[in-house]
Design a protein around this ligand. Structure first.
Ligand code: PMP
Length: 424
């Protein structure tokens, strides 16, 4: 593999170490097809977005129907049927208490909106607050605001001076859960923060680190008692990933603000939403124009994206589909059972449809030397798996078959041998 300079600057890609990009010409179900005729299994749903598989016919049809009718309209002061229906269906699917939907276009913007809603709420009720409490190892996006509430490190080192100060509580490692809860309690008492933001049940890009629903419930209870807004970032965990439709539903938690994106359109086109309780909307509802929620992007509630989201939401009305994440979870559990006692791996874990296996290596973490070796090995096996350092995780589309999973886990086992053979 020889490094290439590329006119396109790819995300999270070190071009100086990367060879030519694999060109994909078509996607269908769990598979991607390359220009040179190879079939690749998409074991991570293309950055976790493609929930039902690539090019789901119902979602493609919805896009085709909407595109010639209306494909863009300013959303300040105008509305359209696809957006209205998405809001209606979303409010039906999400817990009672979440009453308003704000549209944006990526996971990052949905989190930015959540943070601005929280600060706007406190400002508009005349009790300004600005501190945000976060969880160690979190990832909420790559904008300045979302990096501020995420883990600090090599990814955001150059921008450090611009990132705002937050209070971080430790991740609830097994056996240390009480320390996390005590730290949250203390942060709430000491700082009177505007909000606590958290990825419910699974910290995704931070290494697929998992914690239990009762802990999430307890965190919500602490925030509620301290009058601190609870923001759930369900950008990754939403749409069946944890087994239930939403992680908060599984933990029986109703957040004050929640962010969804990725699987909102089944992964077909970009769209995101931030839902909130009426108290937050009401704090912005006034004849005083200075209380307006001053946030927008040109493509807010793009009608084609909303049509895709509506089709996705309609798919989720099907009770059979609602069962599917549980089936995929069981299929995944069967595969990882054998790895739980495998001395080549540590901390083999699963929440719902997501599994993660830490390969035992001398230097772990995101920049673990083994990362590129694993990536190249999986590419040679025609698998789209993109380990987070030495953490290999599988998050397949729900149309994945038993045969696909066999192929994926056979390759994971072979990858461990390959790494051992290479490193001695
Ligand atoms: N929040 C979480 C929990 C995420 O996993 C991600 C994306 N991986 C984001 C926010 C940012 O989403 P996007 O990449 O669509 O901006």
């Amino acid at each position: 593999m020889s490094a290439t300079r590329s006119p396109i600057w790819h995300p999270f890609t070190q071009h100086a170490l990367h060879g030519a990009m694999t060109k994909i010409v078509r996607g269908e179900g769990a598979y991607l097809f390359t220009e040179d005729g190879r079939r690749i299994i998409d074991a991570i749903s293309s950055w976790w977005v493609v929930t039902h598989g690539h090019c789901h016919p119902a979602i493609v049809a919805a896009i085709q129907q909407q595109a010639p009718l209306l494909n863009q309209i300013i959303f300040a002061g105008y509305t359209h049927e696809p957006a209205e229906q998405v809001a209606k269906l979303l409010l039906k699917l999400t817990p009672p208490g979440l009453d308003h939907v704000f549209f944006s276009d990526s996971g990052s913007t949905s989190v930015e909106v959540a943070l601005k809603m929280a600060l706007g709420y406190w400002h508009n009720i005349g009790k300004p607050r600005s501190r945000v409490v976060v969880m160690q190892h979190s990832y909420h996006g790559d904008t300045i605001g979302t990096m501020s509430v995420g883990e600090r490190g090599v990814f955001n080192a150059p921008y450090g001076p611009l990132l705002f100060d937050v209070t971080a509580i430790p991740f609830p490692e097994e056996g240390c859960e009480q320390q996390t809860l005590a730290a949250l309690q203390q942060a709430c008492e000491q700082h009177q923060p505007a909000a606590f933001i958290v990825e419910p049940l699974i910290l995704g890009a931070g290494g697929m680190q998992m914690y239990s629903p009762p802990l999430l419930r307890e965190m919500k209870r602490i925030c509620e008692a301290a009058d601190v807004l609870f923001i759930a970032d369900e950008v990754m965990t939403g749409w069946g990933r944890t087994g239930a439709l939403f992680a908060c539903e599984q933990a029986e938690v109703v957040p004050d603000i929640v962010c969804y994106s990725k699987g909102l359109t089944g992964g077909a086109v970009p769209l995101a939403v931030t839902l909130c309780r009426s108290a937050i909307y009401d704090a912005h509802y006034s004849t005083d124009r200075s209380r307006t929620f001053y946030h927008s992007s040109s493509y807010t509630a793009n009608p084609v994206a909303c049509a895709a989201a509506r089709a996705n939401l309609e798919l989720w009305q099907d009770p059979q589909l609602r069962q599917r994440p549980q089936q995929v979870a069981a299929m995944q559990e069967q595969r990882i059972a054998a790895f739980r006692d495998d001395p080549r791996f540590a901390n083999v874990r699963r929440t719902g449809t997501i599994t993660a296996l830490d390969l035992k290596v001398p230097d772990g973490g995101y920049l673990a030397g083994v990362g590129p070796t694993l990536l190249a090995f999986f590419q040679s096996r025609n698998l789209l798996l993109r380990p987070l350092g030495n953490t290999i995780y599988v998050m397949p589309p729900y149309c994945v078959t038993e045969g696909d999973l066999d192929e994926i886990y056979d390759a994971i086992s072979a990858a461990a041998d390959h790494v051992r053979a290479k490193t001695g």
